[in-house]
Each structure stands twice: as structure tokens, then as C-alpha cells.
Design a protein around this ligand. Structure first.
Ligand SMILES: CC(C)(COP(=O)(O)OP(=O)(O)OC[C@H]1O[C@@H](n2cnc3c(N)ncnc32)[C@H](O)[C@@H]1OP(=O)(O)O)[C@@H](O)C(=O)NCCC(=O)NCCS
Length: 243
């Protein structure tokens, strides 16, 4: 039984042998269910230390599968073993490869992870859609004035979908630049409709015209976005074999 009923575009693929061109974004979906033994065996000492701090077995399983899968996928591009992949992190914690290799970003929500891999800086955000009583308050607090106005004109399911689109597009951008929560969320505007795009960036550093967004939602009840300082991006969607 396929618990996630991933969209058909997420075809089963194995790491290794993937050709990652200059404009390619590869998005890997990884269900965080099943036996974590095999993928968990790839984790480093530091990752195992982090693992030991999770209180719940299910959170441990998700971490083992998600981070083991990240290693397996990146090893396929690097031509090394999963346990040999070495990570470093940016000033606000964004993980990178320690040596030469592609950029990547990981996001997880519920029992699913998405991993984006590209030859340019990328941020990925995945959210499982759930009914939020505080949707309007969250949007008022985190969205820019024009984003909130666009949301507030909508009702019912359209309002919920627009909320998640806006949320994941904004989060994908702050993950692409690696800033995390240190970045004010109202200094850039994204679209809320079916055409993902940046409308403005007012941080004095980035130019909205150089950035692009892609909808990489993997299943009916998940919304996901990828943000890139790159145009003409060709997206290939994969589901990790055996997951
Ligand atoms: C890490 C952060 C950037 C994203 O967290 P999140 O949405 O809870 O979690 P995600 O699953 O999407 O991403 C987590 C992964 O991103 C990566 N990551 C960590 N720090 C990062 C950073 N500074 N930049 C980019 N990626 C980062 C890691 O791989 C991490 O996985 P791990 O925790 O298993 O190691 C978080 O600090 C953050 O800023 N959250 C913003 C929450 C918010 O209020 N958003 C409002 C949007 S409108």
C-alpha cells in the first residue's frame, strides 16, 4: 500500500548514474516509514549523537531514514560511499558538502522528506497540509502586506492552498539563502497563485529578477516549493528506490 500516493512524476530511481546538468534540479521524495536499519547504518558519529537525543522512536526512525537517504543520494552524485559523504554548515546552520559537489537542501514534514540537488544554490520547503485554526493570524504575522492582502481575498480551500503556497515559497527562499529565522519574512513578496514566482525582494542584496521558484509538491496533501538564484530550471522528480 502506497501510504503517500506520490504524484506519478516522482518515478522510482536509484542514486548513482544521474546526470545533473547546469540548469537541472533533481527533487527526491523519501517516505520516512519502514525499517530504518539499512539507511541508518550510513550515519556518522555526530549524526548518531543527534539521533540519541530524540525522545520518540518514530522521530528517531524519521531521522535515520531521512539523513541516511540524504547520504545515499549525495553519494550517488559524488561516486563515493554514503558513509564517506562529509558535511559542513553555513553561518546559520545550512548544511553543505564539505568538498566539491552539488548544492542540496532537505525538508521534512510528517512522514515524508524532500531533497533537492542542483549545481546552484537551492532551498526546499515541504509542508503537510493540515487544518490551521490560526491560519489568518500566522499569515498576518509572517506574510508581507501584499501577500496578506492576496490571501485575504480568498476563502475556503483556495485560501488554505494559497496559504501553504505562500508559506513554502517564503521558507524555500530563506532556506536557499541559508538565513533561517534571522531573516525578516516581510522583506520579500512571492506569488500565491499556481504560477510560483518572486514579486519583489527588498533586502538591498538580492534581485528578484535573478530568482525563480518551482512547485515541487509531491502528493495531494503536501505542498512544496523550491527557490533558486537561477532561471530556466529543469526539474526532475524521483522517488528513492526501496523507500
Ligand atoms: C531550519 C529552518 C530554516 C527550516 O526549518 P523547518 O521548516 O522547520 O524544517 P525543514 O524540514 O524544512 O528543514 C530542516 C532542514 O533544513 C536544513 N537546514 C538547517 N538549517 C538551515 C538553514 N539555515 N538554511 C537552509 N537549510 C537549513 C537541514 O537539513 C534541516 O534538516 P535537519 O533538521 O533534519 O538537519 C528553520 O530555522 C526556520 O527558519 N524555520 C522558519 C519557520 C517559519 O516561521 N516560517 C515562516 C514561513 S512564512
Amino acid at each position: 500500500m502506497d501510504e503517500f500516493a506520490l504524484h506519478a512524476a516522482f518515478a522510482v530511481a536509484s542514486p548513482g548514474g544521474q546526470n545533473l546538468g547546469a540548469c537541472d534540479l533533481h527533487v527526491w521524495a523519501v517516505p520516512l516509514t519502514g525499517d530504518p536499519e539499512q539507511l541508518g547504518a550510513h550515519l556518522s558519529k555526530a549524526e548518531n549523537q543527534r539521533l540519541s537525543r530524540f525522545h520518540f522512536a518514530d522521530h528517531r526512525r524519521r531521522y535515520q531514514i531521512g539523513h541516511g537517504a540524504l547520504r545515499a543520494i549525495l553519494a550517488g552524485y559524488l561516486g563515493c560511499g554514503p558513509a564517506d559523504v562529509e558535511f559542513a554548515s553555513g553561518p546559520r546552520g545550512k548544511p553543505y558538502l564539505a568538498g566539491p559537489g552539488p548544492h542540496f537542501n532537505l525538508s521534512h514534514s510528517g512522514k515524508l522528506a524532500l531533497i533537492g540537488v542542483a549545481n546552484f544554490e537551492v532551498g526546499i520547503d515541504l509542508e503537510k497540509v493540515r487544518r490551521l485554526d490560526s491560519l489568518t493570524e500566522i499569515a498576518r504575522k509572517h506574510f508581507s502586506a501584499s501577500e496578506f492582502a492576496a490571501l485575504d481575498a480568498l476563502h475556503g480551500d483556495a485560501r488554505e492552498l494559497a496559504f501553504y503556497r505562500c508559506w513554502t515559497r517564503k521558507e524555500a527562499y530563506i532556506k536557499a539563502v541559508g538565513e533561517g529565522l534571522s531573516m525578516p519574512l516581510d522583506i520579500f513578496d512571492v506569488s500565491l497563485d499556481e504560477q510560483p514566482r518572486f514579486l519583489a525582494i527588498r533586502d538591498g542584496k538580492e534581485d528578484a529578477a535573478r530568482w525563480s521558484l518551482q512547485d515541487v509538491s509531491p502528493a495531494a496533501d503536501f505542498v512544496a516549493a523550491a527557490a533558486m538564484r537561477q532561471h530556466g530550471v529543469r526539474v526532475q522528480r524521483h522517488r528513492l528506490a526501496g523507500s
